[in-house]
Design a protein around this ligand. Structure first.
Ligand SMILES: [Zn+2]
Length: 99
């Protein structure tokens, strides 16, 4: 009887540590995915007009908007940056147009 109780305690201990480890690695994986996504968000910005447009590489409609943005800002200084760098000092063109 004592043997089985000890066995049960041991099994529950192993299960608990396995679950803890699983949660830990799941969190790590989720954070990795999130940071991967954040790094990949790029924006096309015009230094002269202080405006930017977010680049969605897998969206063809967005590609047309970027071409339009390039045409509208012909002769200006255009740069491609991470979204973090343009936020704050630049204005999103999509919010400018809807104003
Ligand atoms: Zn411009």
């Amino acid at each position: 009887m004592i043997f089985y109780t000890n066995l049960l305690i041991l099994i529950s201990y192993i299960l608990k540590s396995l679950i803890k480890r699983l949660i830990y690695y799941t969190n790590r994986f989720v954070y990795w995915i999130i940071s991967f996504k954040v790094v990949n968000i790029r924006a096309r910005a015009c230094i002269r007009c202080r405006q930017y447009i977010i680049i969605h590489p897998d969206n063809p409609e967005n590609l047309n908007l970027i071409n339009l943005f390039d045409r509208n800002h012909k002769g200006h200084n255009l740069v491609t940056l991470d979204l973090d760098e343009v936020k704050g000092s630049y204005k999103n063109i999509e919010s400018v147009n809807s104003e």
